[in-house]
Ligand binder design. Structure first.
Ligand SMILES: Cc1cc2nc3c(=O)[nH]c(=O)nc-3n(C[C@H](O)[C@H](O)[C@H](O)COP(=O)(O)OP(=O)(O)OC[C@H]3O[C@@H](n4cnc5c(N)ncnc54)[C@H](O)[C@@H]3O)c2cc1C
Length: 405
């Protein structure tokens, strides 16, 4: 990819901003910062394209943020599968709900496309490099970069940590360690080529059972993405991710996909975690790095994209004149933009663990699908029309100062 740097080249420059992690949050942040004519380095530990544990479903909220960032053509080029429905199954019953407006796309293709969008806006990309945030001296933060056994320090006036669930980039900083919730599940994922025709394109098939839930969705290359949140104990008991998913699918009466045992499975650390701080001196956290709850209807990427795009005016303001209040303002903005919605997801995740509730709710939804509409509408609500965005807009307006370039 053009715009890909070497470690040595990256270390020779001073950066306005370093963004760590090229998931949706990091790519959108890097693109937005570069569009303001700031020098920005996007650092990613993996070689791209890389797979990621995820269902790959972008809801309306995500698409709206991508459109606003001008990044939607990059996704359209991949031929994403339009989503129309959500088939929820538990205890042998299922309900099909209308879920228009979203698309499904593999994370390998999508994240590579968003990294390209950042590079096309002027960001420099440094893949296969692990970053660790260091201390602040004068008006810069240091970042230690490591790649293939070599390490270099770079400095940036602002750092955006968009490292997902992994807290490694912040492990050297006091107060930034995230805490996982005791009964949190773990995520597993595989993409498979051999599966029953039952799993048609355009529908998110969601199987809910006591050991967790499995989402199955067709992606742009026709394959079936299987992504699940499962109890670690249930997975150990079953003998691995494929067997755990099979148990859940059989419990609800969904057909088992033959390709599952041979597939290459990936896993995550515990999913639900709280982060005590979401900002520090010359440092902002965005996306899953800022705290995470179990995903259910495609909110994770919506929050990551919303965080990545709305952190940009905060970065700009910090570049013009850093003051400690900015960290507090980002924390407040994040709470308004995302945390209040995570509360609803938390309730959904807890509700899904009560089998009596799920077994009552699914037949009720099958008869009266409109019952789900308020929840889906609320979760899908356009982030740009939420109160959080107006706070960012206010900040953006008040910080409209000419960049000193
Ligand atoms: C089972 C499951 C299913 C899901 N399904 C959906 C879904 O269908 N729809 C949806 O919207 N959300 C879904 N999610 C949630 C979604 O995957 C995340 O919320 C989203 O990926 C968060 O984006 P991010 O940019 O914050 O982090 P990530 O996408 O995790 O990206 C972080 C990046 O940072 C890199 N990195 C980490 N540490 C370092 C370091 N020290 N140095 C350099 N790079 C580093 C990583 O390699 C990675 O590329 C799902 C999650 C799970 C677990």
């Amino acid at each position: 990819m053009n715009g890909t740097l070497s470690l040595v080249d990256a270390a020779e420059r001073e950066w306005d901003a370093v963004v760590i992690g090229a998931g949706p949050a990091g790519c959108l942040a890097a693109r937005g910062i570069a569009e303001r004519n700031r020098s920005v380095l996007l650092v990613e530990s993996k070689a791209f394209p890389r797979p990621k544990v995820c269902g790959g479903c972008l809801n309306e909220n995500s698409l709206s943020t991508l459109r606003e960032a001008g990044a939607m053509p990059y996704i359209d080029d991949l031929g994403p599968v339009p989503l129309t429905g959500f088939c929820l199954a538990a205890g042998g019953r299922n309900a099909t709900l209308s879920l228009p407006g979203g698309v499904a796309v593999s994370r390998a293709a999508m994240d590579a496309a968003l990294a390209r969008a950042a590079v096309d806006s002027g960001a420099e990309f440094l893949p296969e490099t692990t970053a660790a945030v260091g201390d602040v001296s004068e008006d810069c933060r240091s970042i230690r970069l490591e790649s293939h056994g070599e390490s270099r320090d770079v400095s940036a006036r602002i750092v955006v940590a968009a490292t997902g669930l992994s807290g490694r980039s912040l492990s050297r900083l006091e107060g930034f360690q995230s805490e996982e919730e005791a009964d949190s599940r773990i995520g597993v994922e595989a993409t498979i080529s051999e599966f029953p025709a039952f799993y048609g394109p355009g529908v998110i098939f969601m199987a809910v059972a006591s050991g967790g839930y499995v989402g199955l969705t067709r992606v742009e290359d026709g394959r079936l993405n299987v992504a699940a949140a499962v109890d670690a104990a249930a997975m150990r008991g079953a003998g691995g991710p494929a067997a755990a998913c099979r148990q859940i699918l059989e419990d609800v009466g969904f057909p088992y996909a033959k390709g599952m045992p041979e597939a290459e499975w990936r896993g995550t650390m515990k999913l639900t975690r709280r982060t005590a701080r979401r900002a520090g001196e010359r440092l902002f956290l965005v996306g899953d790095a800022a705290g995470y709850v179990e995903p259910f209807t495609g909110e994770g990427m919506a929050w990551a994209l919303a965080g990545g795009s709305t952190v940009v005016p905060f970065v700009e303001k910090g570049l013009v004149d850093w003051r400690p209040d900015l960290a507090r303002e980002w924390e407040q903005h994040y709470t308004r933009l995302i945390q209040n919605r995570q509360w609803m997801c938390r309730c959904l995740a807890q509700g899904l663990r009560r089998s009596w509730l799920v077994r009552t709710a699914v037949p009720a939804l099958a008869r009266m699908p409109w019952l789900a509409r308020p929840i889906i509408t609320r979760l899908n609500r356009d982030a740009n029309k939420s109160r959080g965005e107006s706070a960012a807009a206010r900040l953006s307006t008040s910080s409209r100062i000419e960049a000193p370039h």
